[in-house]
Design a binder for this molecule. Structure first.
Ligand SMILES: Cc1cc2nc3c(=O)[nH]c(=O)nc-3n(C[C@H](O)[C@H](O)[C@H](O)COP(=O)(O)O)c2cc1C
Length: 189
């Protein structure tokens, strides 16, 4: 039987009163019904990664890098702040380097109107530098239609079903292909 694909779902927002926790749970519920995935929720709110990098990595920084190393594929759940992604996410991404390498990264974004698409496009450049394969199709959620008062996210159940399936199909294809590739030969860089 095929080994399950180990997927880290990175929840990016650490903002007090964030919607991100609810969006992350919404996505994990949907991904969880699919067989063959071993999901690890890596919530940046649990890590306290420092805003100014110290000379030596803190336990939070090394702990984050270990979770990234353990995964074979990633889904980044990000809001949009001023047409970009939050600083908390950049600080976390930069705690790891080789750990990201030759693995796929998909995106679940959220915001108003553009639904976080600007944040995703900026993240593609960052993840190119880290030698990842970013997925073409993202799940982009419009907060105007699914946000609820307790920080949850409950859109029309049918509305994003196709986008979630497409993202997971691409993630699994790349995740298994790159697992085989890494096992067959060392990555070139
Ligand atoms: C500093 C800041 C900047 C924002 N800029 C944008 C933006 O450019 N586009 C957008 O659609 N929403 C923007 N928003 C709205 C956020 O996407 C929305 O508040 C979302 O809930 C933030 O995610 P979080 O609650 O998980 O932190 C911004 C919010 C903040 C706090």
């Amino acid at each position: 039987m095929q080994e399950k694909l180990r997927v880290a779902v990175v929840v990016a927002s650490t903002r007090e009163g964030r919607v991100g926790g609810g969006v992350g749970r919404w996505f994990v519920e949907r991904a969880g019904v699919r067989t063959g995935l071993d999901l690890d929720v890596v919530d940046l709110a649990d890590f306290a990664i420092p805003a100014c990098y110290p000379a030596r990595p803190t336990p939070a920084m090394t702990g984050f890098a270990r979770r990234i190393a353990a995964a074979e594929a990633y889904v980044v759940v990000t809001p949009e702040y001023n047409r970009s992604f939050p600083a908390s996410l950049k600080q976390a991404i930069d705690c790891a380097y080789d750990e990201w390498r030759a693995k796929p990264v998909g995106f679940v974004s959220y915001g108003y109107r553009a639904a976080g698409r600007y944040a995703v496009e900026q993240l593609r450049g960052v993840f190119t530098e880290l030698h990842t394969a970013t997925l073409r199709d993202a799940v982009c959620l419009d907060l105007l239609e699914g946000r609820v008062a307790d920080g949850g996210f409950r859109p029309d159940p049918e509305r994003y079903a196709h986008a979630v399936t497409t993202l997971l199909d691409e993630l699994v294809w790349w995740g298994l292909a790159l697992r085989d590739g890494r096992r067959a030969r060392p990555y070139c860089a």
